[in-house]
Write a new protein. Structure first.
Ligand SMILES: [Mn+2]
Ligand SMILES: [Mn+2]
Ligand SMILES: [Zn+2]
Ligand SMILES: [Zn+2]
Lengths: 153, 153
DNA sequence: GTCGCAGATGCAATACTTCGCAAAAACAAC
DNA sequence: GTTGTTTTTGCGAAGTATTGCATCTGCGAC
């Protein structure tokens, strides 16, 4: 079962401290936003806006640096859903992959466990272990693919 | 068989004209560079440098806009091999996909025809037609994956 | 060839991201 | 609590990408 929001934040703070990073106001502020939006993917500017809505002021450069620092300790990562800037979220419970339709923009979530077997072939043929956490899979969804028996409307 | 460089450029010019775009000096200059580096993937700044080395001067914003225009008519596209800026090339003869090792940076090319069947499952389960031309597949190569019987050295 | 106009360009302004550095804060030792 | 060391921050500057707009140009009509 999922952690409550406050115990999630506590666990995050633990991880920051135990990784040798200091627990500062900007880092708390960013953690708070990420915890409150656990189901979403936020851009740096969305994170910054949310921090400001909480009545706190931090510098944009601090947001960029903090996210990079958090990524280094495995606390967060970002994905690219298209040509847009990366979108960030907590790494915990991130067990799905994104199919993004280049035509209508819709995103479909697919459990990672369904995707991983596809890449088994790459492992066998090339010894290459694909990691599926950085880029979405782009393409055309059922509704937008005219020849597929799933027409729009 | 591949076209010679001059007939490749002629074919490109044809495509520009027939798509309703005008054939201007900056566009010729960029086409020339792309044709001369048909086997490579160039960033916008590499393209700009190459244009300047040919004794021509165009504005950076023109490079961005031209590449976007060319992409719209299917003449070029770009890929992201990692966190770096996108890399551009002519669309003709682009029949492979990139496996990029996040550990050592090496890129392995895989024929697209080998990869497409993997995504057949997504089509059957989700009606999603994956297009494999925008993002590289990131992961760990055989040499960098310690537990795989392909140690470094 | 000239003319006219839609489309393309250069330039400046803006937006977004990264970097260097001095000041400030975290935190361990006392 | 105070002190000292190291990390982190905000700020300014630099680097990179995008946008608006006046000027220029490709090219079709004549
Ligand atoms: Mn892109
Ligand atoms: Mn990225
Ligand atoms: Zn769609
Ligand atoms: Zn490697």
């Amino acid at each position: 079962m999922a952690l409550s929001r406050t115990s999630l934040e506590t666990a995050i703070h633990e991880k920051i401290r135990s990784s040798g990073l200091r627990l500062t106001m900007p880092r708390r502020a960013i953690c708070s936003v990420l915890s409150a939006h656990e189901e979403e993917f936020l851009t740096t500017s969305e994170i910054l806006s949310a921090v400001e809505m909480n009545g706190l002021a931090i510098d944009p450069s601090t947001v960029y640096r903090t996210l990079d620092d958090f990524a280094e300790i495995g606390l967060v990562h970002h994905i690219h859903l298209g040509s847009q800037p990366g979108q960030w979220h907590l790494t915990v419970d991130h067990d799905h992959q994104h199919l993004v339709c280049e035509s209508c923009g819709r995103t479909t979530l697919v459990p990672t466990i369904e995707i991983e077997p596809l890449f088994e072939v790459l492992r066998r043929s090339y010894g290459f272990h694909a990691s599926l956490h950085h880029f979405a899979i782009l393409g055309t969804c059922a509704d937008c693919e005219p020849s597929d028996g799933h027409p729009h409307g």
